[in-house]
Design a protein around this ligand. Structure first.
Ligand SMILES: NC(=O)c1ccc[n+]([C@@H]2O[C@H](COP(=O)([O-])OP(=O)(O)OC[C@H]3O[C@@H](n4cnc5c(N)ncnc54)[C@H](OP(=O)(O)O)[C@@H]3O)[C@@H](O)[C@H]2O)c1
Length: 251
């Protein structure tokens, strides 16, 4: 039975991915900072689900991750680097610098930590799959996306470079690039708990859901071992990339 590690399992995509992969018959380690959420999920998902409190920005904790895993969960076959966040949507010259640093530490450095710790054992066994959660924000700029978009551009390029480093090995890498997805905590986190601002993002839009992403991952991990989806950009029908703008203000 394959073992999957899903980061950011306490809400949104991560939680839905854990539910789906447990239903598909995998053993799943679900990690996040909020242990209470993971414990509730464990009560629902049973003994094939292992809740793990882990802050991906804490290098020492990530370095020791494998040591603390019980038998039956030690050999991670599939790593889903999902933990991540956007903070703020101010333009670059007004943004909160601490928010910028938190996004870099979580979306870039956290993902690097996890990958560097798990990948060697995949290489040793010549078997594995890493799925990263990028974003359309890494492909197309939008006003206020500044550092968030840049972190996801890192995830895109890092995924492509991982593929290249893994040339000749039976290890797969995919970058999933979702557009507007609702029903997660993403916008609540982004707008620092301002529910009205968060709700407005999804008003009157038929958005993608966490279950859509979980079903996509369920399909990806079920594809044959010779088959690699390098990147997968997913948007709701209601969203298109329409970025070019012309200002009539500049004289
Ligand atoms: N929703 C969207 O529209 C959208 C679109 C494209 C890409 N994405 C990406 O998809 C991923 C999941 O987003 P989501 O919508 O499911 O958001 P979400 O509901 O806010 O979930 C984010 C998860 O990341 C975890 N997390 C945050 N900081 C962490 C840290 N330092 N250490 C460990 N875990 C941490 C959170 O858990 P704790 O707080 O318990 O630690 C939570 O479980 C993110 O990488 C996001 O950038 C989302």
């Amino acid at each position: 039975m394959n073992v999957v590690l899903v980061t950011g399992a306490s809400s949104g995509f991560g939680e839905a991915i854990c539910r789906k992969l447990i239903a598909d018959g995998y053993k799943v380690i679900g990690s996040a900072r909020r242990l209470d959420k993971l414990t509730s999920l464990a009560a629902e998902l049973g003994t094939n689900f292992l809740p793990l409190q882990l802050d991906v920005t804490q290098k020492d904790a990530v370095d020791n991750l494998l040591l603390g895993l019980p038998q039956g969960f030690k050999d991670i076959d599939i790593l889903i680097n999902n933990a991540g966040l956007a903070l703020g949507m101010e333009v670059a010259y007004e943004a909160n610098y601490d928010d910028w640093e938190t996004m870099v530490h979580t979306n870039i450095i956290g993902l690097m930590h996890l990958t560097r710790v798990i990948l060697p054992s995949m290489v040793e066994r010549n078997f594995g799959y890493i799925i990263n959660l990028g974003s359309t924000a890494g492909n197309y700029p939008y006003r206020g996306g500044n550092v968030y978009g840049a972190t996801k551009a890192f995830v895109k390029q890092f995924s492509a470079n991982l593929r290249t480093d893994l040339f000749g090995k039976k290890i797969r890498v995919t970058n999933i690039e979702p557009g507007l997805c609702g029903g997660t905590e993403f916008s609540n986190v982004r707008f620092h708990g301002d529910k009205n601002q968060a709700d407005a993002v999804y008003q009157n839009v038929d958005f993608i859901t966490a279950n859509d992403i979980a079903n996509t991952i369920s399909w990806l991990v079920d594809t044959p071992a010779h088959f690699n989806v390098n990147s997968l950009e997913i948007m709701p029908v209601a969203q298109v990339p329409a970025g070019l703008a012309v200002s009539k203000e500049i004289k």
